[in-house]
Design a protein around this ligand. Sequence first.
Ligand SMILES: Nc1ncnc2c1ncn2[C@@H]1O[C@H](COP(=O)(O)OP(=O)(O)OP(=O)(O)O)[C@@H](O)[C@H]1O
Ligand SMILES: [Mg+2]
Length: 619
Amino acid sequence: MINFKNISFSIGGVSLFDDTSAFVPTGHKVGIVGRNGVGKTTLFKLILREITLDGGVIEVPRNYKIGAVAQEAPSNEEKLIDTVLAADIERAKLLSASEIETDPNKIANIHTRLADIDAYSAEARASSILSGLGFSQTDQHSPCSSFSGGWRMRVALASVLFSNPDLLLLDEPTNYLDFEGTAWLENYLQKFKNTVLVISHDRNLLNKSVSGILHLSSKKIQFYTGNYDTFDNERRSQLEQKISQKNKQDVQRANIQSFVDRFKAKASKARQAQSRIKILEKMKPIVIEEDQKIPKFKFEDVIKFAPPLVTLDQASVGYNQVEVLKNINIQINPDDRIGLLGVNGEGKSTFSKLIAKKINVMKGHLLIPKKLKIGYFAQHQLDELRPNETPFQHLYLKINKEIPSKIRAKLGSAGFTSETMDLEVRRLSGGQKARLLMLLVVIEKPDLLILDEPTNHLDIESREALIMALNDYKGSLILVSHDAFLVERLVDRLLIIKDGNVSEFSGDIHDYRKLILNNNSKKKKQESILKNKNSNVSIPNFSLSDLKKSLTYSEKKILEFEKEKKTLEIEMLNQNFYSSNNQKRAQEVNVNLQKVLLKIAEEEKVWEKIVESIELISK
Ligand SMILES: Nc1ncnc2c1ncn2[C@@H]1O[C@H](COP(=O)(O)OP(=O)(O)OP(=O)(O)O)[C@@H](O)[C@H]1O
Ligand SMILES: [Mg+2]
């Protein structure tokens, strides 16, 4: 269990938590929700003891292994799979100890422990997590440095999941996952045995994967049982109740006050007046917490250009002379609202950058009117904000020294408080940074707006505000988002990017989802057949008879390994096995035993996969 006991914490003179308590029972999966900047990420830092409470305690059982996704994903030459395997520190330690240990008793202990922690199936487990998060077998054996930041975040996530912590802390994990990755994570969390705290603004995840909600608001933390929708309903009805109580109390208060006012001068009624004053004093005022302001984004009217706005003619684009997208022939018209579809890594962002003129065509032509103002918003730009300058300074520079009060009004309408307007960007929360970036785009009054995953980091209310603003926006829009809900509400033309081509997609977003899911299960079928990389079994094609042959072969191998294991175990039973003059042999036997156990575990996996494939094919 995790017990937040009367915790208080302020930063820079702003109080985030004020003497508040909450309790999360062991094994519960709990979503942490609250407006941008309310202190969710800070709460994680407090749990991890990266910063210290001003008052109260957060009790976490002693020896609890806490797992949190590293901010900085690793970028080195190590293979993905090895990076993930290294995350189980105990296993890594035991394995290296077993190689140098000479004391046979200790060696035996090491191996017992390795078996206890299920170390022999480690590679298979790590691999299944990685493939759930979208890494193919080839990817898993490539160095971390060959992946982009977003993908390395997934490696970091895989590592934490693999280390199987007693308490798992996830801070907005779906920000760096695509549609498939998110679905996989939802499922993983449902099955996860230990305690999970997950910060998220993603309703879907909060409805599917958690059974409790910690709501942060007005410096308090409150626990609700149930998923997000249950919490939302409960909170609304609590609020209604409170408002009606407050109204009643206001009437009572006014009554008493008028009595007091009338009679306090009259000697005969003075005592009654006095006692009513006491009643008034005792009445605790009911305060309706005023939640932070909901931001408003407002796009100005645009200049109307004659169609086509953008023309791509036989265009190719890529990096380092390698073409990522080829032979693009597309026209974009002034009132187009386009959604870009495609699995991560296919080139949606490359296409957006091309239109935003962040990169150039390699071949062919891109025609854009000179006067066209393009607004471009992408997540990675969060890093381009100047960390030591405040939101106010960012805006001041952008809109050519507009008068300060106007700048403050603009920041205010985007949800900034007088404190956060003047806070250096590096101290802002994720959502606050995203809002600033959006404001910087809006202020340019763009005629064409390109948004790459615009809602990540924004809280549920700000998402709604952005959708509303985009609905009213009169210019043309290109949107990249894995949020089907957003795409459905905002776009009327879909382009699909696949295998280096950009083409029109004639269905709607639901058709696309179906297509993805179908493809995916086909891919899974094939992968389950092919996923026996570590074995010597090779399946030249997918025919049933071949699979059956492989199965017999695999069974034979398991039997062989089992026999080997038995021989070693019999030797270990020998009375003199652990005697001092048999040390060397004892060590050898232990190492061999470890190897053979590993082989058995791996071969069993292969066997399972073949059986699965046979079942799939026979269906
Ligand atoms: N030095 C400081 N002075 C004043 N306020 C600060 C300082 N450092 C951080 N803050 C504020 O602390 C608040 C909590 O930030 P935190 O990152 O915990 O929010 P969050 O709930 O995770 O938000 P989000 O949903 O946007 O990720 C923010 O409003 C931030 O601006
Ligand atoms: Mg945060």
